[in-house]
Structures are given as structure tokens and as C-alpha cells.
Design a protein around this ligand. Structure first.
Ligand SMILES: Nc1ncnc2c1ncn2[C@@H]1O[C@H](COP(=O)(O)OP(=O)(O)OP(=O)(O)O)[C@@H](O)[C@H]1O
Ligand SMILES: [Mg+2]
Length: 413
């Protein structure tokens, strides 16, 4: 699948429009993305979920004893878990775990009157870890038994890719938010866009490059936030997500890294905000700009009659390298500037996260460590702790707000 040498004339060759190469590069890159995807998802070229948990891990996740699980298996309330030919238990997969939660009354679902959390993972700075936080939080919550909807609002479609879809091949514009938000909408109920993922309790509204047409169309409609089409689209997204959210415990929104119409729509559709940034001075400065821009935008939206209300608003350091003294210094600066709005536990920068990303996976999807078991365990423990901070805030408004740190520190078999 190497780019054919004849497709790429040597540098300096005459009559070659350098700009024309961009299309060739894009096509070559798209083919490579598909190849990576197919290699990662062998043998069926389709993403599947193969993680399994031992009985001790399952008991810890459910907050019960292993005996309780064994008894339910013996009296037929739960199926006997499959064994290998040598009689070894293969462990519980996610569907088995979800069934176990239901049968043993260990489901963390919100009560019907509890508000679902609709969280925007937002920062106008690019590459700060928005999609990494979105996907890891989705999978952490899924292991913990919640019903999660992930909405990829970014035409770069990183999150869509991490869920196993090739945005160039598997997704069309009509599968994205486009038909719902376009100037001439063809959809009035967001359910058309919801698709299943390899996780039984995580659904996805995917994205692809053509979703960007929403930005063009709404910008070209020549209206501002004070009225007209833009305000009506904002209201529409908010209403549509709120209606969808009734089927879930948590909705996660992954917006693009820019102050465009989609970002504004996401900002006002959410009822909670998480701002990721790495522990570097440029990220800190950009995030300060982001927050002050948000402040102004919220004021404008309020004047236009759109109320922005968040249950919580937190900043998370998403790539912290404890061995880098400059990271420690910037983290201190962040603590001073943001106080309790900064989550105390940062997400550590880890080769395990990059290795998993290379396989188009999150840490929660790895069947076994990619690096050393020690690196993997450290990374997983840190992510569990970091994500638990979010879980606790989500549950704060629910009738049963307490949460045991059950998901913490478990490693899939
Ligand atoms: N804690 C981490 N450890 C190692 N790598 C990380 C970590 N967090 C993020 N990354 C890597 O950093 C890169 C950027 O992350 P990500 O795509 O999540 O950022 P983003 O804010 O969504 O970017 P964009 O603005 O383009 O949407 C990715 O390659 C991701 O795998
Ligand atoms: Mg992203």
C-alpha cells in the first residue's frame, strides 16, 4: 500500500502543482488508515471486545462477594461461565458482567427522575486529549455498568475511529449530526444517527469530514448568536440530546478544537463541562483564553435567551509526566490559578495509552498489557482514579450519590 513512486514525482519536477499533491496524500493516507484498521481488527476486520474478568474482579466491580456470584450460578439465576477444554474458567465478558449486575441488583443506573449527565469535553486548543478523555471515560463508565452515549461532534472523527469505524469508508454525511443540524434539515429526531458499538452499553453518534458542512452552512447563513437559524439550531441540538439522554445515564460530547458554530452548539447543549489540557505553558495559556472566550460567549448566549447551566465544570490535566520538572511547575501554576476546579488526580502521560491508540483502542479494551505489566497496571490504576473523580460528580445529583471505587485498579484477564 506504499504510495506509488510514479504518483509522487521527485521534488523540483516541473509542471507539478504542489497543491495537487495534497489530494494524493489524502487518498494515500486514507488507504493507510483502512489498512491500520483492518490489521488492528483481525480476523474479521471489525472491532470486537474481547476483555474478560475473573470472578474476584467481577465481585469487586459489583461490590459483592465471590460467594454471592457462585451461589447465583449454582441456583440457576446466572449462567455457568464457559470453561476451556482443560476446565479453566475463561472469565466473564462485558455482556455477562452487565447481566450479573441486573440479576444481583448491582446496576449503577440513575433513577428515572435523576438527570442524565450531558458532558462536553471541550477546549479550543487542539491535541489536548479531548478524544482520549472522551473515549476512556466512556469505557470506564461502561465497565462500571452505566449506559453511555458518545457524540462525535468533530469532523476529524478521532473518536469515531477509536470506536472501530473508518469515517471515510463506513460513515456517510447522513450518518452524522449533519442531517439534523443542516440549514435544510432532513431529520428532526436524533435517533437515526445512534449506532451500536462493540460495547453493549455504549452507543455512538459518529462523525466524518462532511460534518464540517454544518459549519459552512451556518456561518454562510449570515446570522449571529442573537437570533435566527443559529439560535434555532442551538435549541434543536439541546432538545434532541436531552430527549436522547433519557435512554442513557451519561452522554459525552467530543467537539472540534475551534470556536465555531458546532462548538458553540455543544457548549450550550451540555449540562456539565470538562476541560482537558496537558501540563505545558502553551496549553495553560490557551486554556485561559478558552475560558475567557467561553465567558464572553455565555454572556452573549444569555442575551440571546439561551441559558447555559452546568452541574459541574472541571479542568483535568490530561497528559502529566511526573518525571518532567516543567510539568510539575506548570501543574503548580494550574493549581494556583484554578483551585478546586482542577481535578486533583491528573491523567499520566503513558506509552500504554499511545500503544493502545495505535491499535485504535483504549486501555479498557486491551486484553493484555502492550508494554510491561507494571506500566499497564500503573496506567490503568491512574485512569480509574482520574475517571472516578468524574463519576462522583455525575452521581452527585442522583438520588443515590455515593459511589464505591469498585472499578478502580482492576485489570482485565
Ligand atoms: N495521557 C496520555 N498519554 C499518552 N498519550 C496521550 C495521552 N493523552 C493523549 N495522548 C495522545 O495525544 C494525542 C492527542 O490526543 P487527542 O486526540 O485525544 O486530543 P484532542 O484534544 O482530541 O485533539 P483534537 O484537538 O485534534 O481533537 C493522541 O495521539 C493521544 O493518543
Ligand atoms: Mg479530538
Amino acid at each position: 500500500m506504499n504510495a506509488n513512486a510514479t504518483d509522487f514525482p521527485a521534488m523540483g519536477a516541473k509542471n507539478i502543482d504542489e497543491a495537487a499533491r495534497i489530494g494524493q496524500l489524502a487518498r494515500s493516507g486514507e488507504q493507510m488508515v483502512e489498512r491500520l484498521r483492518r490489521t488492528s481488527f483481525l480476523p474479521e476486520h471489525k472491532k470486537s471486545l474481547n476483555i474478560r474478568f475473573g470472578i474476584a474482579d467481577a465481585a469487586e466491580l459489583l461490590g459483592c462477594s465471590t460467594n454471592r456470584i457462585r451461589m447465583a450460578e449454582q441456583d440457576g439465576r446466572l449462567p455457568i461461565p464457559p470453561e476451556t477444554e482443560t476446565g479453566r474458567r475463561v472469565g466473564y465478558d462485558i455482556p455477562a458482567l452487565l447481566n450479573m449486575r441486573q440479576v444481583l441488583g448491582a446496576s449503577p443506573h440513575r433513577a428515572p427522575n435523576d438527570p442524565p449527565s450531558i458532558i462536553a469535553i471541550q477546549n479550543f486548543k487542539g491535541g489536548v486529549g479531548k478524544s482520549m478523555v472522551t473515549t476512556h471515560l466512556a469505557h470506564y463508565l461502561a465497565v462500571a455498568g452505566y449506559r453511555v452515549l458518545v457524540v462525535d461532534c468533530d469532523s476529524q472523527a478521532t473518536t469515531t475511529t477509536l470506536f472501530g469505524f473508518n469515517p471515510h469508508v463506513n460513515i456517510t454525511r447522513d450518518d452524522t449530526l449533519y442531517p439534523y443540524l443542516s440549514l435544510e434539515p432532513t431529520q428532526d429526531d436524533l435517533r437515526y444517527a445512534v449506532r451500536q458499538t462493540p460495547w453493549p452499553n455504549v452507543d455512538l453518534i459518529p462523525s466524518n469530514l462532511e460534518m464540517f458542512d454544518v459549519e459552512y452552512e451556518l456561518a454562510a447563513s449570515g446570522v449571529n448568536a442573537r437570533g435566527g437559524t443559529l439560535v434555532s439550531r442551538f435549541r434543536k441540538l439541546r432538545a434532541g440530546l436531552l430527549s436522547l439522554a433519557q435512554d442513557y445515564d451519561v452522554v459525552l460530547l467530543d467537539p472540534p478544537p475551534a470556536l465555531g458554530t458546532i462548538s458553540l452548539a455543544v457548549m450550550q447543549a451540555a449540562n456539565a463541562l470538562i476541560v482537558p489540557l496537558s501540563a505545558t505553558t502553551p496549553d495553560f495559556c490557551s486554556t485561559v483564553q478558552f475560558l475567557s472566550m467561553m465567558d464572553q460567549v455565555i454572556e452573549q448566549l444569555t442575551r440571546a435567551g439561551i441559558q447555559v447551566e452546568y452541574d459541574f465544570c472541571r479542568i483535568i490535566c490530561s497528559k502529566f509526566n511526573a518525571n518532567d520538572p516543567s510539568h510539575a511547575m506548570v501543574k503548580q501554576v494550574m493549581e494556583q490559578a484554578f483551585g478546586p476546579a482542577l481535578f486533583p488526580v491528573p491523567i499520566l502521560e503513558s506509552a500504554e495509552i499511545s500503544h493502545a491508540a495505535l491499535r485504535m483502542m483504549t486501555i479498557y479494551e486491551l486484553e493484555k498489557p502492550v508494554g510491561t505489566p507494571k506500566t499497564h497496571k500503573r496506567c490503568r490504576m491512574n485512569l480509574d482514579e482520574a475517571m472516578l473523580q468524574v463519576e462522583q460528580l455525575i452521581r452527585r445529583r442522583w438520588r443515590q450519590p455515593s459511589v464505591k471505587p469498585t472499578a478502580a485498579h482492576l485489570s482485565a484477564n
